[in-house]
Design a protein around this ligand. Structure first.
Ligand code: GAL
Length: 905
């Protein structure tokens, strides 16, 4: 039986706007630099210009299991004056039914408040550049009764703060429309310009726009003031705090392509030809009707996606009348012969196109120029065959990623985001689920360029709550605006293949009622983008419940391989399910099934605890895989959260159910917050890659599976166990080969071959003797790869390695320096935890240090850091505009210092 769910289409794209003033009347100006910033010392000292009243916090348990049942919202009655009615109209462009548009009440709240006044003296405030995360430098909050607990990363992300900046708007802009574009502010942002409350946006992960035009004083300096109010207990992870993404001033003529105003889809895409359909929304903010011509030309992008190739096609000139003060949508199509398709490497290439839409006045003057980057591909989710991209079945080898960038916090940085993706490429990962919120727009530009397949996801909660101050507080008011703006922003990206409108929401538990909420969200997504399927991830809903029927693709969190169902999990409380792939397959034969979260396995990089379980998958309990005293979890890579399964168990289950389209591991990189199982820590244990970007052993278990052609063999544990001489010290091997011979001090411990559904080779009875462990891997009987691990001498020196030798002094570029401790024979000392102090000479600064240890509560801004199991990281930035050499030195008592030099230009 072959049932096929067929989705023909899309392409995706990123929408960018030219910044070149000479040939384009549209300007997109970065206004990231030179903001004044002030955060109230405590929430009680903050002003009362609040968006809304929040329910009181009672008995929150931040260590609650991630798959606990979400609960009902708490009703609050208040008579306080709140600003919500003045902010809600910002949502209007994203509310389809105009009778439901919000009307701004009379008045101008906050107009007399000092911080919104032009003449307020903010000289004593801190000067910051955006993107800015006010919490990342800490200090970390320690102890059981910390105000912000481990769940949210122990960092001071909570509280209220103000950002102020002056904008010079010349007299010559008088005829223009001027917009403030904020890619993300955490959270409850409210904006005043020259003392007028303009609007705002509560949800911290969405991008949004305000029209500043009515409040601008042309030819003068204009005072922008933004209030941010970030609640504690708002998330199950570290949200960051402040204006943490890019901010732009967009200037256009009164007639212009609207915000995210183009929508591109393709049909009949094949190697021979593709039909590209365009919808273009054009705004006329002027008081008179006007006739214009609209032309769109399409070019392939070449050479690092920067240069335009020869024109591939154009859309016929459209002559239209634009009514005053309204938006008009036009349609057009073009055929591209022999299109270069977008597809995921290594078997396909992520080719992109750029469409340039030009609006001309009747006298030929250019009124607007708008660029849309997109890709042409055909994506099919098939109930039997899984995911098919451009005719090729592609197994999803995905990971879940949170939005933070480790020691840099939530503040978006392109270089740091690229580093995360490059490490994932090395892993063999081809897909990312944006858990559980829309990413920075630039991240999707990277996934387009690098060819990752993306699940773009918006909510972790709907009406029911997971934490007392999460999105459920504003769900009813903002669900439509947040959902529409999310899809409108991202629907042209070819990398986005699936929309997710929820993760493990409480509405899974409320039968028809919950399903109805989901159906509403799904319908909104589809009305903005009918070309892609929708989904919502389920850790509880079963095939016979109403919930799964609201989505096109079935997304299972942990349920596919079963939850708490292996023998080692039998004693646990909580959701229990047997492996559910077959039941969903049978109930929904037309729908593709993906595992949107698998594993939830845990480890502290380079830490090994004994004894080692003989099971293939085991929950952590004190003394079994985890040590509550140190807060470390064993890296034998067999231990999981209570609801999780080891990689080995997941792989077997995927291989036994080939109709499953693939998996998204929880998680790719470690992230801030959610330090299951030890909530005294600051960051997660789930990653295949630690918070600093260092590979855990698990990385190689997945690489062996995902890059079977890359010769690789990996040994664990390290071999420095002076206290274990004569004791059983199991050795496990991960390899892309199929057979391994293990040697201890030259003596063979036997040759083992992987059996069916086996993904590691284990020698569980090795008696520890110092010396050398060597693994020789074979594939199909032929030598494949080998690795040797030595018992080392004392730590003696550092090896510093930069990820690039040159650094741009643009205030954004970063160099990541990996610091490795070796002995005097140059062998990596994998258990060295020496304190390191970093110094820097020349025109640079240390932005952050880290070591990937979730228990390390030293501020990320510190230049002192202990190595964690042999490694540390230091992140460097150049002073703005500087030229010269930066020298970074690592020092530690008893170790030889070592330096590295970076050219800064
Ligand atoms: C899931 C949840 C994720 C994360 C993960 C690991 O239940 O969807 O957000 O919490 O567990 O704990």
């Amino acid at each position: 039986m072959v049932f096929t769910m067929f989705y023909l289409f899309v392409l995706g794209c990123t929408t960018t706007n030219s910044t070149d003033k000479n040939d384009n009347p549209r300007e997109r100006i970065s206004i990231n630099e030179g903001w004044k910033f002030m955060k109230y010392e405590s929430e009680t000292l903050a002003d009362k210009l609040i968006y809304d009243v929040r329910p009181p916090i009672e008995n929150v348990d931040d260590t609650k299991e991630a798959d606990s049942k979400p609960t009902e919202a708490v009703e609050i009655a208040t008579s306080s004056e709140v600003l919500k009615p003045y902010i809600l109209p910002t949502a209007n462009p994203f509310i389809k039914d105009s009778t439901k548009h919000h009307k701004r009440p009379q008045g101008n709240p906050g107009e007399n408040f000092p911080f919104v006044q032009t003449n307020f003296d903010d000289n004593t405030w801190e000067t910051v550049d955006l993107p800015h995360d006010w919490a990342i430098k800490g200090p970390f909050m320690k102890g059981d009764d910390a105000e912000v607990g481990g769940g949210m990363g122990r960092l001071p992300s909570n509280g209220a703060a103000w950002y102020r900046k002056q904008l010079e708007i010349p007299e010559t802009d008088k005829e223009k429309s001027i917009f403030l574009d904020i890619d993300g502010a955490m959270s409850y942002a409210m904006v005043w310009l020259n003392g007028h409350l303009v609007g705002g946006w509560p949800y911290g992960y969405n991008s949004w726009r305000l029209d500043l035009t009515p409040y601008i004083k042309f030819g003068e300096s204009n005072q922008l003031a933004i209030r941010i109010d970030n609640p504690n207990h708002s998330a199950r992870w570290y949200p960051g705090g402040g204006i943490y993404r890019n901010v732009w001033l967009t200037k256009t003529n009164k007639i212009h392509v609207g915000q995210w105003g183009t929508y591109v889809t393709s049909k009949e895409s094949s190697k021979d030809s593709a039909t590209i359909d365009f919808k273009i929304a054009i705004s006329n903010d002027a008081l008179s009707n006007t006739t214009v011509d609209v032309v769109t030309e399409i070019y392939p992008l070449e050479n690092g996606f920067k240069r335009l190739g020869l024109r591939a096609a154009s859309i016929k000139k459209n002559n239209i009348i634009l009514n005053s003060n309204s938006q008009t949508t036009i349609k057009g199509s073009a055929v591209i012969k022999s299109p270069k398709l977008w597809g995921p490497p290594p078997t396909q290439t992520p080719n992109l196109y750029k469409a340039i839409t030009t609006i001309h006045a009747q006298d030929g003057t250019i009124i607007d120029n708008y660029e849309t980057v997109f890709g042409i591909r055909e994506v099919i989710f098939d109930g039997e065959k899984g995911l098919i991209v451009n005719g090729e079945p592609i197994k999803i080898q995905g990971v879940n990623q949170h939005h933070d960038l480790g020691a840099l916090g939530a503040a978006f940085n392109l270089k740091a985001a690229k580093r995360q993706l490059e490490t994932l490429k090395e892993l063999g990962c081809n897909a990312i689920r944006m858990a559980h919120n829309p990413p920075a727009p630039e991240l999707l530009e990277l996934t387009d360029q690098m060819g990752f397949l993306v699940i773009d996801e918006i909510f972790d909660s709907w009406e029911r709550k997971k934490t007392p101050h999460d999105f459920h507080l504003i769900f009813d008011d903002w669900l439509e605006a947040d959902t529409r703006s999310f899809v409108r922003r991202d629907r042209n990206h070819p990398s986005v293949i699936l929309w997710s409108f929820g993760n493990e929401v409480g509405e899974q538990y409320t039968a028809e009622e919950g399903a109805k909420v989901g159906a509403k969200l799904s319908a909104i997504v589809k009305s903005e983008d009918p070309s892609r399927p929708t989904t919502a991830s389920m850790n509880y809903a079963k095939p016979n419940m109403p919930f799964p029927s609201i989505m096109d693709v079935i997304s299972l969190n942990y349920q596919g391989e079963g939850i708490r169902d292996a023998p080692a999990y039998a004693h646990l409380q909580g959701i229990k399910t047997s492996p559910l792939y077959p039941a969903f397959y049978e109930a929904f034969p037309n729908k593709a099934i993906i595992s949107s979260e698998t594993a939830a396995a845990l480890s502290s990089r380079g830490t090994y605890l004994f004894p080692v379980t003989g099971d293939i998958s085991s929950p952590i309990s004190d003394g079994i895989g985890g040590d509550p005293k140190t807060g470390y979890v064993s890296s034998y890579e067999l231990y999981t959260a209570n609801f999780g399964s080891s990689a080995d168990k997941v792989f077997a289950s995927q291989d036994k159910h080939p109709f499953v389209a693939g998996e998204f591991v929880w998680s790719g990189w470690d992230y801030l917050g959610e330090p299951t199982p030890y909530y005294s820590s600051r960051s997660s244990y789930f990653g295949l890659i630690d918070l600093a970007g260092f590979k855990k052993d698990r990385f190689y278990l997945y690489q062996a599976r995902w890059r079977p052609d890359l010769p690789m063999v990996h040994i664990l544990p390290h071999w420095n166990w002076p206290e274990r001489i004569g004791q059983i010290t199991p050795v496990h091997i991960f390899t892309s080969g199929d057979e391994v011979e293990l040697f201890l001090n030259g003596k063979s411990l036997g040759r083992k071959k992987k059996g069916p559904f086996e993904y590691r080779l284990r020698w569980d009875d090795v008696v520890y003797k110092p010396g050398t462990l060597k693994a020789v891997a074979y594939k199909n009987g032929q030598f494949w790869s080998e690795e040797t691990v030595h018992t080392t001498r004392e730590p003696s020196k550092f090896v510093l390695k930069t990820d690039q030798d040159d650094l741009l002094s643009n205030g954004k570029d970063l160099v990541f320096i990996t610091v490795k401790i070796t002995d005097n024979k140059d062998h990596f000392v994998a258990n060295a935890n020496n304190p390191i102090s970093f110094t820097i000479e020349g025109p640079g600064e240390i932005v952050a240090t880290d070591n990937g240890d979730p228990t390390d509560l030293t501020s990320f801004a510190s230049s002192e850091r202990n190595a964690f199991n042999g490694l540390a990281l230091v992140i460097i930035k150049a002073k703005k505009g500087a030229i010269g050499q930066i020298k970074v030195t690592a020092n530690s008592s008893g170790l030889q210092s070592s330096s590295v030099t970076i050219n800064c230009q």
